[in-house]
Design a protein around this ligand. Structure first.
Ligand code: HGY
Ligand code: MN
Ligand code: MN
Length: 459
C-alpha cells in the first residue's frame, strides 16, 4: 500500500499539473484514434483510390511529378473521371480543362461546389491536391451509399493546372473560372514549346471558348476545399482539423540580370560585369527586405539559370524568379517597391542591368465566417478538435472566393513537409478531413438559420 502511494500520488499530482497544451494533445490523440467510429465516409475505399492515383507520374523518390498539362496529368484525369462516372456523377470538362461531376439536388438552387486539384509540382508528393480531390469523390460516394438527398445540387471539381510550374501561372483553371485570366495566357509554352492552347486541344477543349469557363457570381452557393496543411501547426498542436482563416496572395516575377560574358582569367576584378554576382546580391536583398517588417510574409528565389554556365567564363546572363506572399496585398506591393530600389542599386554597383517582369499575381482571400463556423460544427459533431489558422500556400479556393463564399479544411502534414515526395498524412487523419467535409457540405446544404455565432445559410 505504501509502495502504491509512493508512485500513485506523484502520478496523480503530475496529471493535475499537466500544462493545458499537453492535455489538449492527449485529447487530440484520443479523438483521432476514436475518430473512425461513426464516420460516414469510408477510409479504406478512399485510400485505394489515393494509392492508385499516386501511380500516375510516380517519381523515383516515391512521390509524383505530374505537372498540369502533361501526359501524366492527362492519364490521371482519365482515371479520376472514370471514378466519378462510377459514382454516378454527370461529368463535364469546361473549356479551361476543369473537371466537374454533378449530383442532383431536390430543389432549384445554385450548386454547392467542393474539390481541389491533382496536378503536382516537379518532385512533388501524393497528398497536395489529391486528398481534396479524391476526398470530394468519397463524399459523393458516401452520400450515395447512405442514400442522402441534398437540397442543393452538389458538384465536385478537379481544377486544372493548380501548380502552374511550366507555364508560370498557377491556379490556372480556377483563375479561368474566376474570370481573372485573359485568353492571352494560352500563348504561353511549356519546356517542349507546346502552348497552353495546344494542351487544351489535347484535353478535348476548344481554346477559342476559354473565357466561357467563367463562373458567374450567384451560380454557385459556396465552395469548400479540403487540403493538407503543408505546414506544422496542426501536427505540433496535435489538433486534427484546421479551419482556414485566409489564403495568402502569391506574386511572381521573372528577373534577368544582364552583364557581359568574358574570360575569367584575363578580366580584372574591377572590369567585370558579372551577372551572377549581381543576382547573388539580389537574392540576399529579397530576403533582407522581406525580413525588414515583422509578421509572416515570405519571399523566395527558387532557381537561377546562369549563362553561359562554365567555370572559366564570367556569367553574362542570369534568370531568377522572385516570389512574394502575404495575406495583405498592400504589404507585398510595399516590399516589392523596396526590392526594386535595392535591385537598382545593385545593378549600378555591379555594372549590370536587372529587369523584372510580372508573371502572376494571385490575390489573397479571406474565408467566409459562415463556412468557418460550418466546418467547426461539422468537426465537433465528428468528435474532432479544431484550430483556426492562415494558409501560407496558395489554393484554388482563393479564386473561388471571387464567385462564391468559400471555406477550407486542413488536415495535418507530417513534419510540415510539402512540395516534396516526403509529404505524408496518415489515412486516419485524411479520413478525419473527409468526414468533416461530408458533414460541412450537409450543414451548408441545410442552410441552418442561426443568428448568434451559428450558420446563417449558404445562399
Ligand atoms: O505554391 C503553392 O502555394 C500552391 O501549392 N500551389
Ligand atoms: Mn502545391
Ligand atoms: Mn495544393
Amino acid at each position: 500500500m505504501k509502495d502504491l502511494r509512493r508512485w500513485l500520488y506523484p502520478l496523480l499530482l503530475a496529471v493535475l499539473l499537466l500544462p493545458p497544451m499537453v492535455q489538449t494533445s492527449a485529447q487530440g490523440e484520443k479523438q483521432s484514434q476514436g475518430a473512425l467510429r461513426g464516420f460516414q465516409v469510408n477510409s479504406q475505399r478512399l485510400q485505394q483510390t489515393l494509392d492508385k492515383l499516386s501511380e500516375f507520374g510516380r517519381n523515383p523518390e516515391g512521390g509524383v511529378t505530374r505537372l498540369g498539362f502533361s501526359e501524366a496529368d492527362m492519364a490521371a484525369r482519365e482515371y479520376v473521371m472514370g471514378l466519378m462516372r462510377q459514382a454516378g456523377l454527370a461529368v463535364r470538362v469546361d473549356p479551361a480543362g476543369n473537371i466537374f461531376g454533378r449530383r442532383p439536388g431536390t430543389e432549384n438552387l445554385p450548386v454547392l461546389l467542393f474539390g481541389s486539384h491533382i496536378d503536382s509540382v516537379p518532385h512533388g508528393g501524393n497528398f497536395d491536391g489529391d486528398v481534396g480531390s479524391l476526398g470530394a469523390l468519397e463524399v459523393m460516394r458516401a452520400l450515395n451509399e447512405h442514400k442522402v438527398a441534398t437540397r442543393h445540387p452538389l458538384e465536385m471539381v478537379v481544377w486544372s493546372n493548380e501548380e502552374g510550374h511550366h507555364f508560370g501561372k498557377g491556379l490556372f483553371g480556377s483563375g479561368a473560372a474566376a474570370g481573372v485570366l485573359g485568353p492571352g495566357i494560352l500563348e504561353r509554352r511549356d519546356e517542349q514549346g507546346v502552348s497552353l492552347a495546344d494542351w487544351l486541344r489535347r484535353y478535348g477543349q476548344d481554346p477559342a471558348r476559354f473565357t466561357e469557363a467563367r463562373i458567374r457570381p450567384g451560380s454557385v452557393a459556396g465552395y469548400l476545399e479540403l487540403h493538407i496543411e503543408q505546414g506544422a501547426v496542426l501536427e505540433e498542436t496535435r489538433i486534427p482539423i484546421g479551419v482556414v482563416q485566409g489564403i495568402v496572395g502569391i506574386n511572381w516575377w521573372t528577373c534577368v540580370a544582364t552583364g557581359f560574358a568574358n574570360h575569367a582569367g584575363t578580366t580584372p576584378m574591377n572590369r567585370r560585369q558579372d551577372a551572377l554576382a549581381a543576382a547573388a546580391r539580389a537574392v540576399l536583398a529579397v530576403r533582407e527586405e522581406v525580413r525588414a517588417e515583422p509578421s509572416r510574409q515570405v519571399g523566395t528565389v527558387g532557381y537561377m539559370r546562369v549563362e553561359p554556365g562554365a567555370r572559366n567564363i564570367i556569367p553574362g546572363r542570369v534568370e531568377f524568379p522572385v516570389e512574394l506572399r502575404d495575406l495583405e496585398a498592400a504589404k507585398v506591393e510595399r516590399i516589392w517597391a523596396r526590392i526594386r530600389e535595392r535591385f537598382a542599386t545593385i545593378a549600378r554597383e555591379e555594372n549590370v542591368e536587372i529587369e523584372c517582369v510580372p508573371l502572376a499575381a494571385d490575390q489573397p482571400a479571406r474565408t467566409d465566417p459562415v463556412f468557418q463556423q460550418a466546418i467547426r460544427e461539422a468537426a465537433q459533431a465528428a468528435g474532432l478538435a479544431t484550430r483556426d489558422l492562415p494558409s501560407g500556400a496558395g489554393h484554388d479556393a482563393q479564386n473561388a472566393s471571387r464567385f462564391a463564399p468559400m471555406g477550407m479544411i486542413f488536415v495535418p502534414s507530417r513534419g510540415g513537409i510539402s512540395h516534396s515526395p516526403r509529404e505524408f498524412t496518415p489515412p486516419e487523419e485524411v479520413a478525419n478531413g473527409v468526414e468533416v467535409l461530408y458533414r460541412s457540405v450537409l450543414l451548408l446544404d441545410a442552410g441552418l438559420k442561426r443568428t448568434e455565432g451559428g450558420i446563417a445559410g449558404a445562399n
